[in-house]
Design a protein around this ligand. Structure first.
Ligand code: ZN
Length: 90
């Protein structure tokens, strides 16, 4: 008789679990799934690459104030609510 695992966890990994995997924190029970599921493995590899890229971005982060300077140049129109004008003539 074949021994069937009690309850194989065959669900695809959630985005949260993939993030855990990328951080090396995914429980072994779910880690098995990545080994067996091409879909999740592809997603996980992509996530891990993203993590690595982010890590490099952090390492080569521009000097402090870069974001502020960029944002100062980018004019963001102040949000004007459509219904926030009490003096609008009807
Ligand atoms: Zn899967």
């Amino acid at each position: 008789m074949n021994s069937i695992p009690p309850s194989p966890d065959t669900r695809h990994l959630t985005p949260d679990e993939i993030e855990l995997w990328a951080e090396g924190l995914l429980p072994a029970a779910r880690d098995v799934h990545i080994g067996e599921c091409a879909v999740c493995r592809a997603t996980a590899e992509r996530e891990r690459k993203l993590f690595r890229d982010l890590g490099q971005l952090t390492r080569f982060a521009p000097e402090f104030g870069f974001v502020e300077r960029v944002m100062a140049r980018v004019k963001i129109p102040a949000p004007s609510g459509p219904h926030l004008r009490p003096d609008a003539d009807a």
